[in-house]
Design a protein around this ligand. Structure first.
Ligand SMILES: Nc1ncnc2c1ncn2[C@@H]1O[C@H](COP(=O)(O)OP(=O)(O)OP(=O)(O)O)[C@@H](O)[C@H]1O
Length: 244
């Protein structure tokens, strides 16, 4: 096995590429999940990971984030900073006595460590993340008091505050109402325009359709990748979602 997680210099050939994985397998102790995946994530674009429950979307995100080690194959990051990863449940427990602002400030810990004072630059990053997620007015509220959708936005703001060039989101529209879902889709597109590569796992076909590219997973295998219009056709979706 040969796995590279460190940034590699960007060559002319790879200037539009952020991640490439080859024959990638991964899983959990005694439970292989991903089987010999070959794929690419374009830089400065939004990519949706699509597939039924248990198809391996979260596991693939974890591998791209570096929190799950591949068991075989290669994974290459081209250039860039360490990824910002927003897992499904978030790294912050519901019961911790944290305000929304403090939750988002945790996104700056990678820059300054947990105990150092916030710099002006940290505060700007936190304010900007709160604004972009439309939750500035909730900044003083306790995280545990929020609705599911508000909490989801606070956790995504935490990811955004890291100011990484690679944002990995697990089901960012879960718990959001239709208007907030639409705003989220717009935000992801705007982020890509602003220089962030966005990868999100989703069950939300509208969100997947608004991505620049999709990776379609079924039972831990990559069964298609490309532009959503070409990939997410009714027959392809029926094939992937048909009962086993
Ligand atoms: N921590 C874990 N330990 C063992 N097995 C796990 C763990 N997390 C997930 N799995 C298993 O790995 C497989 C893939 O799960 P994963 O969460 O990657 O799928 P998913 O496509 O994201 O699913 P969903 O749409 O339901 O979120 C499933 O069979 C699941 O039971």
């Amino acid at each position: 096995m040969f796995t590279r997680h460190g940034p590699l210099p960007v060559t002319a050939e790879d200037a539009t590429l952020r991640i490439r994985f080859t024959e990638l397998s991964a899983g959990y102790a005694g439970h292989p999940v991903l089987h010999q995946l070959n794929g690419e994530i374009s830089a400065l674009a939004t990519t949706a990971l699509v597939g039924p429950n248990g198809s391996g979307k979260s596991t693939l995100l974890g591998v791209l984030a570096g929190v799950i080690q591949p068991t075989a194959g290669t994974l290459r990051h081209f250039g860039g900073r360490p990824p910002a990863f927003v897992p499904q449940r978030g790294a912050v427990g519901d019961t911790l006595p944290l305000t929304v602002r403090q939750t988002v400030e945790m996104g700056r810990w990678g820059e300054r460590g947990p105990w150092r004072r916030l710099t002006r630059r940290d505060r700007v990053a936190v304010d900007s993340a709160l604004d972009r997620l439309g939750i500035a007015d909730l900044a003083a509220r306790q995280l545990g008091e929020l609705s599911g959708g508000q909490r989801q936005r606070a956790l995504i703001a935490q990811g955004l505050a890291q100011e990484s060039d690679l944002l990995l989101l697990d089901e960012p529209t879960t718990g959001l109402d239709p208007e907030a879902r639409e705003r989220m889709a717009t935000l992801l597109t705007d982020l890509a325009d602003d220089g962030v590569t966005v990868v999100h796992a989703t069950h939300d076909l509208a969100a997947a359709r608004s991505a620049d590219a999709c990776l379609l997973l079924r039972e831990g295998r990559l069964v298609g990748q490309g532009h959503p219009e070409q990939l997410l056709t009714p027959p392809a979706l029926a094939r992937v979602w048909q009962p086993l």
